[in-house]
Design a protein around this ligand. Sequence first.
Ligand code: HEM
Length: 198
Amino acid sequence: MIAVRNNFMENKNYSLIYRTIHWLIAISFVLLMITIFLRMYWMNKTHVSDIIADFLKDKSFSLTEEERILLAKKIRKPMWQWHIYIGYFLVGIFSLRMVLPLFGIMPLPNPMQQKISQVVKIQKWVYLLFYLCVSISLVTGLLIEFGPKEWKSSVENIHELSIYYLLTYIALHLAGILYADFVSDKGIISRMIGGGNK
Ligand code: HEM
């Protein structure tokens, strides 16, 4: 048993493997979010295309909008490649997290467990829902890269929705963890960082 429960709802201690996987997943998501925001805003293809158009306006040659968008995508590509690398890394870490419970390590949250409060039940459902959404994002990401070409655009539409559950989850998770640390489970954040015994 990796995370030891000292009472019905709180005061878990987190093993090194639990903490390592948690922080690898958390850091991967933060990095993925950075690449998504870069793509949506600073490196948005229309925005970059407008910068190119503005730069070329007093020059002796010009580019069509199609050419400018193509150039903007080429400029963005090395940055976006990191989205794909981090995605592969997350596939590995996430698969490990899903396989470890088969060996009795890091059991998946179980909301049907007896003797846990309503709040903890909801928290466990949220983790399971989050893992379901992550699976969908990872599978659709892999299908964009390796799946049939005809599926690409519909799969992309599903994949792009990931940002909504991700932001919602992170907001809920951070609010819950901060509340726990200040009110109901003091020291939970430092135990997730450094382990430690209560
Ligand atoms: C300052 C940042 C964060 C802190 C302090 C933090 C802290 C924690 C703690 C203390 C738990 C255990 C809660 C429990 O005992 O039930 C936990 C679980 C979890 N956290 Fe975080 N977290 C952070 C960021 C993130 C981010 C960015 C993600 C992913 C987007 C994430 C994903 C998860 C998941 C999936 C679990 C459930 C782990 C499992 O049992 O499989 N966390 N976090």
